[in-house]
Design a protein. Structure first.
Length: 95
């Protein structure tokens, strides 16, 4: 399969964090971090954009050091997902 770029949506939702529901870990869920590592390893020559969907803080040390681009979309995935491709296209036109 061939692609020009990869957009990888990661994050946490209300099942992990919310009012009266504290997290024990501040990083991404382990399965998501493993997915990010696998995607980045499989696509070394493709631009990979990680889009974070979360309502609270996330520790993203590994992503910060390894992902070419990270977009923080915060916690409204239904309203932000359609905007992300437009935002990426705008940056592509500027470069």
């Amino acid at each position: 399969m061939c692609c020009d770029q990869v957009v990888l949506y990661l994050g946490i939702d209300g099942s992990v964090e919310g009012e009266g529901k504290d997290r024990h870990l501040v990083g991404l869920p382990p399965a998501q971090l493993a997915l990010a590592k696998a995607v980045l390893a499989a696509c070394p020559s493709k631009p990979v954009v990680v889009v974070l969907i979360n309502g609270g803080q996330l520790s993203i040390d590994w992503l910060k050091d390894n992902a070419p681009a990270i977009i923080e979309a915060w916690c409204k995935p239904l309203t932000t997902k359609p905007l992300i491709p437009d935002l990426m296209s705008m940056f592509e036109c500027l470069t």
